[in-house]
Design a protein around this ligand. Structure first.
Ligand SMILES: Cc1ncc(COP(=O)(O)O)c(C=O)c1O
Length: 383
């Protein structure tokens, strides 16, 4: 594995130029059938590529580059972040097992557990983010699922402490690391066994691709690969190409998202209409100490809690924004805003007023602030 620093690895890993006439990024391979020269080779199973679903140079380049960034023994790519979450859980849990999930997780993770996994005999319970999980572990806990910070409330968890407790109880640790990406947080180095990423977000970076992956440490690599194959999962050559291309500029994009996000967060904090900002990189955020210890940066996604205001007031604020689209995704070049509907099971979550999630895009921050300022002028009529 390369000793280079992460920024250098983002630009250099996963290249196969010599096999592709010097072309820098591995081109798109679209393939189902892959031919063998003879029966002896087929029987020996000695070819690097055997069938489209089991990988092509496009998937291999993407997965190699990701494994290098994650410090992983193996990475498998899939068609979305949710598919990566499902694959990671299914590669460690089966009927009769229990999974302990962070209460601040991405809502579809909760839905997957409570609806489909339940049907297959996997039980789920939730732990409060920020605390010790020891008392939440059960004799049949096979997996602890973390997402830090959570993408709605931005609560940070002590991943190393969670991993130590989980491993002591014989459970594997899974983490959705989409917020930080492997550039700003390395799950496996903090004790996580399976690192999950919705590459749809910052790795794709342009709001035009659905892609996910799971990276495993040595102990989990074989099972992950086997279950990926058994379920017939894969990601297309086109999408892996876009993921690889996104990786090349991830470092500069992410630092700009971080800078603009912090500018917006600090400006919003000074507004009389705002009760609280949910952003672990702000010094007074409850998760700041852990964030500072473990993360090397923040992305452009954060939350704001408004002071109490009517639904019509929130709509007047958000609907008229010119530079913030109303949409559920994030990680692309564009700014977004969306209401956050927070559901909790382990411990209630209270907020002073409506919670909004903001994605700071790559526009000029001065234009974004002017846009938000006009939004607050509209909201004032509803107070
Ligand atoms: C934290 C988090 N994880 C996973 C996903 C799922 O990614 P995808 O939309 O690629 O399935 C999302 C999507 O919004 C997300 O916010």
């Amino acid at each position: 594995m390369s000793e280079d620093r992460p920024d250098t690895r983002l630009t250099s890993e996963g290249r196969m130029s010599a096999e592709h006439f010097g072309v820098i990024n591995t081109p798109v391979y679209r393939a189902s059938t892959i031919l063998y020269p003879d029966l002896k080779t087929l029987k020996a199973n000695s070819q690097p590529y055997t069938y489209g679903r089991r990988g092509t140079p496009s998937t291999q380049s993407f997965e190699d580059a990701i494994s290098s960034l994650e410090g992983a023994a193996r990475t498998v790519s899939v068609t979305s972040g949710v598919q990566a979450i499902a694959l990671a859980i299914l590669s460690v849990c089966g009927a009769g097992d229990h999974i302990l999930v962070v209460d601040s997780c991405y809502e579809p993770t909760r839905t997957l557990c409570e609806r489909t996994l339940k049907r297959f005999g996997i039980q789920t319970s939730y732990y409060a983010p920020g605390g010790d999980i020891t008392a939440d572990l059960r004799p049949n806990t096979k997996a602890v699922f973390c997402e830090s910070p959570g993408s709605l409330t931005f609560e940070v968890q002590d991943i190393a402490a969670i991993a130590a407790a989980a491993h002591a109880g014989g459970a594997s640790v899974l983490m959705d690391n989409t917020w930080a990406t492997p550039l700003f947080f390395q799950p496996l180095a903090h004790g996580v066994d399976l690192s999950i990423q919705a590459a749809t977000k910052y790795i794709g970076g342009h709001a035009d691709v659905m892609l996910g992956y799971v990276s495993a440490n040595e102990r989990h690599a074989g099972k992950l690969h086997q279950v990926h194959g058994d379920l017939g999962l894969y990601a297309s050559g086109d999408d892996c190409f876009l993921g690889l291309r996104g990786l090349r500029t991830l470092a500069v994009r992410l630092r700009q998202h971080q800078e603009t996000g912090l500018k917006l967060a600090r400006w919003l904090k000074s507004r009389p209409e705002v009760a609280r900002i949910l952003h672990p990189a702000l010094a007074d955020d409850p998760g700041h100490v852990l964030w500072k210890r473990d993360f090397s940066g923040a992305c452009g996604l954060f939350g704001i809690v408004l002071k109490p205001v009517s639904e019509a007031g929130v709509a007047a604020f958000a609907d008229g924004l010119q530079h913030f689209g109303i949409g559920y995704s994030w990680g692309g070049f564009e700014s977004l805003i969306v209401p956050a509907h927070i559901r909790r099971t382990a411990r209630p979550y209270t907020a002073e007023g409506p919670v909004l999630r903001i994605h700071a895009g790559l526009e000029d921050p001065a234009d974004l602030i002017a846009d938000l300022e006009r939004g607050f002028d509209r909201l004032k009529n509803h107070i």
